[in-house]
Ligand binder design. Sequence first.
Ligand code: AGP
Length: 591
Amino acid sequence: MCGIVGYIGNKNDPEVVVDGLKRLEYRGYDSWGLATNNNGIKTHKQIEKIGSFDLKKELPGFTGNICIGHTRWATHGGVTKKNSHPHLSCDKKIAVVHNGIVENYQDLKESLIKKGHSFKSQTDTEVISHLIEEELKNKKFILAVKAALNKIKGSFAVTIIYEPENIMVGARKASPLVLGVGNKEFILASDVPAFLKYTNKVVFLDENEMVVIKNDDHSYKVLDIKSGKTITKKIIKINWSLEEAEKGGHSHFMIKEMLEQPSVIKKTVAADRKELNKAAHMIKKAKKIYIVACGTALHAGMYASYLFSKQNNLMLQPISAGEFPHFSHLISKEDLVIAVSQSGETADVLEAVKLAHQYKAKVLALVNVLGSSLMRAADFSLLTKAGPEICVLSTKAYTSQMAMFAMLSGEISNHLQQTKKQLSKIALNIQTLLTPKNLKKIKIIARKLSKVDNIYALGRGINYPNALESCLKIKEVSYIHAEGFAGGDLKHGPIALIEKGVPVLVFVTNDDNEAEIISNATEVKARGAEVIGISYKNNQVFDSFLPIEKNGLLGPIASIIYPQIIAYYIALEKKLDPDKPRNLAKSVTVK
Ligand code: AGP
C-alpha cells in the first residue's frame, strides 16, 4: 500500500504535496518522489521515509502549480531510486504515481518494448506511463489515459500529469482515491488526512471512475473509465479536525489513539438508533450469519460471535476473509455476511463481499472510514466511531468495533438502554486505567517483558479473542513471538511451551469460565510461568495483577487496554517506532 497526492491550482508550490505525503507516510515509507509540470516535467526521488523533509531548504527552486507525489510500499522491484515513483514515459512528457498492482504488467511491458519503449525501472507501475504514451499516437490525452487504464488488470489509484497540458488526471479501481475541493485548487490523495489542512470538502471516487481537473478554468469532471460517460458526484463535508488527524502533542499516534478510546466508546453509545435498528433487522431476518474480516477486525468479529450467542442465542460464524472463498459456495440468498474493517480497503474483505453478492447474500458492513470501498460495496453500513486511525496498529478501532457490536446485540435483545449504561461505565473505567499512576505500573511490567523471547496469553469464551488480540499487538510492535490460546486448548499442546520465567497474560472476568481459567493459570504457574492476571479481582496465582471492573460480557472492551499499553511500552523499551512497525501497512489493499 502506497500513498499518493496530487495538487493543481494557483499555488506555485509543491509544499501541499510534500505535506500530504508526510501525513500519508503510514501507508508506506520505503522511498518517495515528486514531479512537477513546470517548463517540462521535473522529478525528485529519494530513498527512505519522507520524515521531516524541508522542501524550501533541501529543494529550492522545485516549483510548479501542478505537482504529484508518492510515498512507496515496495511490491514490485527493490527499494531503489529508479523504482520509486513518479514514473515517466520515454518522451518524459507523462508522469504517473500509482498505488495498487498491475497484475498483467509483464505482458504489457513485453508488447510495449516490441513497439520501441524502453523501461528504466523494475516496477509494474511504469507500464502505465508508456501505455498512455502509446495510446497518444492516435488519441487525445484524456482518451489515451482511458484506453490505457482499460488495458490494466489488477488494482490502481493513479494520478497523472502531462507536460503539454495544464491538467491533472486521477483514476481508481480497487484502490482508494479521494478529491479535495478547495478554492480554485484541487488535491487528489489516497486518504482524507492528506489534505484536511487545506479543505474538508471531499469527492469520493468510486470504482472505475476517473477525474479530469483543468487548471485553466479550475474545473473538474468525473467520468466512467469504461464508458467515458460523465458522472455527477456529491461533495461531502468531512467533520474531522486536522488535530484529530494529527498527533495532538503525543509522541506517537498509538498512544494518542489509545487515550481516545473512552471518547470513542461514548460516541458509539450515541450511535444513530435508526441505523442500529436497520442493521439489527438485517441480522434478525438472516438465515445464516457470517462475519468476514482480517487481523484485529477479525478478533472483534470473534468477540461478537460469543456475545450474540450468549445474549441473543444467535450463531455468527467468524471466518478470516482470506479463507472465505473456501466457504462462499455454501452461502444462500437468505444469508447475511457482516464485513468488519477499519479502513474499508482491505482487499481480502472486499473480495469476500464480492463473493457474498455473487451468491446473492446481503452484506452489512461495520466500517470506520466514510466513503471507503467497503462502505460503497455493502448493502448497508454502520460507521464505527473511532475517527481517523493513523497508527498501523489498530487500537481504538478494535474497541469501537466491539462497542458497536455490543450496541447491536443490545438492540436485538431489547437491552439497548442497559447496554448504553454499561458502555458508559466502561468508558469511565478505561479512563481510570489510563491514569499516569496506572501507566507507570504497566511500564514496569513492559520493561520486564521487553527482555523475553516469548509471551503467551490465555482466555476462555468471551475473553479468547482478547488473548489473540493481545498477542497480535505485541507481535506487531515489538517483534517478540507472542501467541494467544483458548484456555481449553492449553493441555492439548501449548502447555509444552511453558518454562521458567515465560510470561503468560491471563484474562479473568466474573463469568462461568472463572474457575477453569484460574486453574489454567495455576497449571502454567506450576511450570514456572510469570502469570500476569487481567482480572476483576486479585488471585494468589498472579505474579502481577492488573485490575478491571466487573463488566460481564462487555468486560473485554475494557480489559484489552492493558495489553495495548504493554505492547506500546515494550516497543519504547526496545527503541522501536510503534507507529511504523516493520513489514506492516495500515491497510492491506493487495491480496
Ligand atoms: C492490526 O493492528 C493490523 N493493522 C491489521 O491486523 C489490521 O487489523 C488488518 O489488516 C485489518 O485491517 P482493516 O480493519 O482496515 O480491514
